[in-house]
Ligand binder design. Structure first.
Ligand code: HEC
Length: 119
């Protein structure tokens, strides 16, 4: 899977607007409360939004995903969190974090964007 400027542009689009590489809105099962990542995690990834059921959106910046983590997030672990809701320690995330149905390419690109561009 290439990781280049085209991946980053596609990843940014998905994260900020919820539109995939075909221009369709991304979907999750069960349906997501908000249609794109930025709506919950903020444009810059800082998170901290209080959501229904006491959930608080995670900080997705590099500092939070990697520094000080026993199992720092890798690209594969970010992909797993987005698609299956399992975090870097193997624990299930709160259900308010949608389990996204993305193509292999879109999953890679949005994870790559999160890991390299949110700081
Ligand atoms: C409806 C709100 C919402 C949307 C939309 C959303 N998330 Fe989340 N996300 C959350 C919440 C809440 C958590 C924290 C869950 C917990 O604490 O168990 C989370 C956690 C995560 C984590 C795990 C972080 C960690 O510290 O372990 C990642 C990665 C993530 N989200 C990425 C994304 C991406 C990428 C998208 C868009 C494709 C997205 N999220 C869309 C609410 C959301």
């Amino acid at each position: 899977m290439p990781s280049n400027s085209a991946s980053l542009a596609n990843g940014r689009l998905i994260y900020q607007t919820g539109r995939d590489s075909d221009g369709r809105l991304i979907v999750a099962r069960p349906p997501a409360l908000y249609p794109n990542c930025a709506a919950c995690h903020r444009s810059n990834g800082a998170g901290g939004l209080h959501l229904p059921g006491g959930a608080v959106s995670a900080d997705l910046r590099r500092s939070a995903l990697i520094s000080g983590q026993a199992h720092p997030y890798t690209l594969g672990l970010v992909e797993r969190a987005i698609a299956t809701g399992i975090d870097n320690n193997g624990q299930p995330l709160n259900r308010v974090m949608p389990r996204w149905r993305l193509s292999t390419r879109d999953l890679h690109d949005v994870a790559y964007y999160v890991l390299t561009k949110l700081k």
